[in-house]
Write a protein that binds this ligand. Structure first.
Ligand SMILES: [Ca+2]
Ligand SMILES: [Ca+2]
Length: 493
């Protein structure tokens, strides 16, 4: 994920400070976020923003050259996020080290995910844009994969019926109605750009909606045009109180009426998922209004545990590292409120984000790559056996680095022992602390030399004084300035 963390002193957070929930993660980036809720967890799928450097090592502005895979994180409480790594989507010309799944695709921009029960089995669908030239779909039996390419080609191209006139065939959103029918929303751009007329900017007619087949990997009939005023990109769809809300990013060109402000998320409503839609207003200002660095605006509205939210991106992590955003994006979530008349209130985007929804259970296996806050660590694909698909471990662990978790419930009886799966060529220690990186020490795990940095071993230590609900911190210590060890999962008993 780059060497930028090496520049930071140990113990420093980048942008997500202890107690805050935004950005969702700051140990790596993630753009164009999309939410899927399943079995009490929210999964966020993101374009794989990654820092690009000039030959002299200075940071470049984002050219989007790295958007070849899809990052996935998930949470049950909106504070502690599990890193599920990167789905190697684009597979043309040996991309993703030859492991790319969609062999025909050169890019995987702006994913969208859905789950549908087909023949008694939950099937997952991941839609993505092959740059601005078409939309593909991968399928899986779990929200984190493993994924496969059921078509071996794009699902939607510029040749699909009803698609001509779309400038950028990208930014899919997927929606499944109560009757099980799926719909795909996509498109963007301004005809004639950069020499477009005001009429073309005001009514680009580049958004589309398509009905999907029952298998979710075919299209039915012709795409319908959504005449979204000042449409730029970033389609969204949600249903509230029987009304269909189509939302999108308003373009930056020409003269805008005051109710269609440039770079904000506007929305339209209809009584049908295929439209026609009527413009109603806007609900999410450009990220630059809230977080200084602006750039494009990308969002997804979703419901989780009976509340509505919007996940969006902002250049907060890159801004913290480099002083300006440089076009690199990170995911955020804030609450979304429908007024009693059905209109959507302006979102109050901030760093505080969502208060933790539930306490974490420390008595089941918890992936080490699950945390709310961190200082100085990275994640990577793990060779440890027995973990989830695309299992990750914590890496880049230097003396003084740490991870922290929001509200962990040890119960009234308390924890007696702590077990961790670790790998090391040299050894070190994990200090287990409550409430802060310098809080009450409830145990210290000695990490032995396990024979290598991917030679995994479960080690255990006794714990005392851990009862009730606390923030939980693991502080990593050891000799020397190099990488001390790696950390796969942990469990109290
Ligand atoms: Ca480190
Ligand atoms: Ca793990």
């Amino acid at each position: 994920m780059g060497n930028e963390r090496a520049m930071l002193a140990a113990k420093a957070t980048i942008a997500k400070t202890v107690g805050n929930s935004n950005p969702l993660i700051d140990h790596h980036l993630g753009a164009d976020p999309y939410a899927l809720t399943y079995n009490g967890r929210v999964y966020i799928y993101m374009s794989s923003d990654n820092y690009e450097y000039n030959s002299n090592g200075t940071i470049k502005d984002n050219t989007f050259a790295n958007l070849k895979s899809v990052f996935v994180i998930s949470s049950e409480d909106m504070v502690n996020w599990t890193d599920h790594g990167a789905i190697p989507v684009a597979g043309a010309n040996g991309l993703n080290g030859g492991q790319g799944i969609a062999k025909w695709a050169g890019n995987s921009w702006a994913p969208a995910a859905a789950v549908k029960n087909i023949n008694g089995k939950d099937k997952f669908f991941l839609y993505f844009a092959n740059g601005g030239g078409g939309i593909g779909v991968l399928t899986a039996d779990s929200p984190i994969g493993p994924w496969s390419d059921p078509l071996g080609r794009a699902l939607v191209t510029t040749n699909t019926s009803g698609m001509p006139g779309v400038v950028w065939l990208f930014d899919p959103a997927v929606f499944i109605d109560n009757d099980g029918t799926g719909y795909l929303y996509c498109g963007g751009g301004i005809p004639g750009d950069p020499n477009s007329s005001q009429a073309q900017r005001a009514n680009p007619k580049t958004a589309r909606v398509l009905r999907l087949g029952g298998d979710m990997i075919s299209v039915v009939g012709s795409a319908s045009t959504i005449d979204a005023p000042f449409m730029f990109e970033d389609s969204g769809m949600h249903k509230f109180n029987g009304v269909y809300y189509y939302s999108y990013c308003i373009n930056f060109s020409g003269t805008h009426p005051s109710d269609k402000p440039a770079g904000e998320i506007g929305y339209m409503t209809s009584n049908s998922p295929m439209g026609p839609f009527t413009y109603k207003g806007h609900f999410l200002k450009n990220p630059g209004v809230f977080f200084r660095s602006g750039g494009n605006n990308h969002h997804c509205v979703f419901q989780f545990k009976n509340q509505w939210y919007v996940v969006y991106h902002a250049q907060t992590v890159s801004q913290a590292l480099y002083g300006s955003g440089k076009g690199y994006r990170s995911p955020h979530i804030n609450q979304l409120i429908h007024n009693s008349d059905g209109s959507i209130r302006e979102v109050a985007a901030d760093y505080a984000g969502i208060a933790q929804l539930s306490s974490l259970d420390p008595y089941k296996r918890v992936e080490a790559e699950t945390f709310g806050w961190n200082g100085g660590i990275l994640t990577e694909k793990s060779n440890a056996s027995g973990g989830p698909v695309y299992n990750q471990n914590i890496t880049g662990i230097n003396n003084g680095d740490w991870i922290g978790l929001g509200n962990v419930n040890f119960g009234s009886g308390g924890a007696k022992s702590f077990k961790a799966n670790v790998a090391s060529a040299s050894g070190g220690k994990i200090e287990v602390r409550l409430d802060s990186t310098s809080g009450t020490l409830i145990g210290t795990l000695n990490v032995p030399n396990t024979g290598g940095m991917q030679s995994w071993k479960e080690v255990e230590t006794s714990i005392s004084g851990a009862t009730g609900v606390h923030k939980l911190f693991f502080v990593f210590t050891g000799n020397g300035s190099g990488d001390l060890f790696k950390f796969d999962y942990w469990k109290f008993s």
